[in-house]
Design a protein around this ligand. Structure first.
Ligand SMILES: [Zn+2]
Length: 482
């Protein structure tokens, strides 16, 4: 069962057009009836793994079955649960779902009963995971809720670092329903164990742990599986980690990658807002995994579409959660040297967009080895350079080259206290008298390029993604160089 965390209302600024509403409401399906003692269904749909019961008044999307099948496939590839069917009962309102679940309004929005999901949300990821795993095992409630909260590819299903949770022996010995603190603890415990031991070892533990509310039995199972102390793990799971403000769920990233690394643009059709019963939701982000654990460097050109770069499993020393790829009007270039782990482009916008990915030496240890970054004609001139700490070549100097074209005015902020030393030259020849160093000390720095290409040499490069260098190229005339 899930509390409201899994449901995110649309932001105020998002327009939901009447047309979209009518499109969804206007779809009709065959009428099903299951006997006189059962409520009549408005529709019954079936696919490879799902039987979907649509109750009268429930609002579903035309892509519901495709979305469910994709979630099944992606989640199964990650969790390896036994194959089987799921019955999905879609209700008109949260109140209807609560009545069918037999829960109080303040306890839960939806539920899963065995392999059956009862919800007014046509894509209830939390309850789907319960239904899938019901065929694997029924371990202690806190383990079931933790994994249902913890496997998700969204930027908003996180907890702040340092959040207070109940003591372990309380949290494992009470039913979680209606208790947000136990859900939070369940989520943190799952994330901690997956990061420390990997998903396969966690799933082995999940398959064998007792269904118990006994603190003693829970602790015995836990410590036998992981050979670490439960109280110590409990303490570690809420503690601050360097550079982190939030603890995020795990994204399986088992989606088929549709991002070729050859620079060809991929069109990102806009996502339609979802109507889930009586609640309007932002649809979940689309996940476009990058090539497996390949640190690049990559050049990503993103226009519109609300794209962001994230790690599939949150890196424990930095947080990619907030790195939009396409915040500017027009396309934005991002040259990235990634950490050696899996990343994905998340697409979450209600507008159209495109994204392209090119692998190449766009950030290199020497100038001569660097491939030139060419600014596309329709780009805004915003370029962000991101260099991950923790990669094998961290600590070396970095070089990149930009063909500025007609956008000759270059500006970027210099963060106060940032030890990054940047020198700029017209070519790779650093003895050229036209080379200059960007002054340290903060404020904004701007200059006009007098040559078609600029080379940048960065010493003490910025730490990971936390202080990526952001340049703006424009055609506007600059004030004279300071
Ligand atoms: Zn649950």
């Amino acid at each position: 069962m899930a509390l409201s965390k899994s449901q995110r209302p649309l932001p105020r600024s998002t327009e939901v057009t009447q047309g979209a509403l009518h499109l969804v409401i206007g779809i009709s399906f065959l009428i099903g009836a299951c006997g006189d003692d059962m409520p009549r269904l408005a529709a019954f749909l079936t696919s490879e793994h799902f039987d979907v019961e649509i109750y009268p008044g429930a609002v579903m999307r035309p892509d519901m079955l495709d979305t469910l099948e994709e979630h099944y496939r992606v989640t199964k590839a990650f969790l390896h649960f036994p194959e089987g069917r799921v019955t999905y009962s879609l209700f008109a309102t949260v109140a209807d779902a609560q009545r069918a679940c037999g829960v109080a309004p303040d306890q839960s929005l939806a539920c899963a009963q065995g392999n059956r999901v009862l919800s007014s949300n046509s894509f209830d990821e939390h309850e789907l995971i319960h239904a899938y795993l019901s065929r694997l095992a029924n371990p202690a409630p806190i383990l079931r809720e933790g994994i249902a909260q913890g496997v998700r590819c969204t930027a908003y299903s996180f907890l702040p670092v340092g959040i207070a949770v109940p003591p372990w022996d309380t949290a494992v010995s009470e039913q979680p329903i209606g208790q947000a603190g136990i859900y939070d603890a369940a989520f943190l415990l799952f994330i901690q164990l997956v990061h420390e031991f990997g998903i396969d070892q966690f799933m082995d533990y999940y398959a064998h742990a007792h269904d118990t509310l006994s603190a003693d039995i829970f602790r015995q199972d836990f410590e036998a599986a992981f050979s670490v102390s439960l109280p110590n793990t409990w303490q570690a799971m809420t503690q601050s980690r360097a550079g982190l403000a939030t603890i995020n769920p795990v994204c399986p990233c088992t989606q088929a990658s549709v991002l070729p690394a050859d620079g060809s643009p991929v069109v990102l059709p806009k996502l339609a807002p979802w109507i889930a019963g009586d609640v309007q939701l932002v649809p979940p982000d689309r996940v476009l995994p990058l090539p497996d654990a390949d640190p690049g460097p990559f050049l990503i050109f993103a226009a519109g579409g609300g794209t962001a770069l994230r790690s599939c499993w949150q890196d424990l020393s930095f947080d990619l959660g907030a790195y939009d790829l396409s915040s500017a009007v027009g396309g934005t270039l991002n040259a990235t040297q990634l950490a050696p782990e899996r990343h994905y482009v998340a697409v979450g916008a209600l507008t159209d967009g495109t994204v392209s990915l090119t692998k190449g030496a766009f950030i290199a240890p020497t100038c001569d080895a660097a491939s030139t970054i060419t600014v596309p004609g329709d780009a805004s001139g915003e370029i962000t350079i991101r260099i991950a700490s923790g990669n094998p070549t961290a600590g070396v100097d970095w070089h990149w080259r930009i063909a500025v074209g007609a956008l000759t005015h270059v500006s970027f902020p210099v963060l106060p206290g940032d030890p990054t030393q940047i020198s700029v030259c017209p070519t790779c020849d650093e003895s050229d008298p036209a080379c200059f160093n960007v002054p340290l000390g903060g404020g904004s720095f701007a200059f006009d390029a007098m040559t078609p290409e600029l080379t940048f040499h960065v010493s003490n490069p910025p730490d990971a993604y936390t202080s990526a260098l952001h340049l703006s190229l424009s055609s506007q005339l600059a004030p004279s160089q300071p």
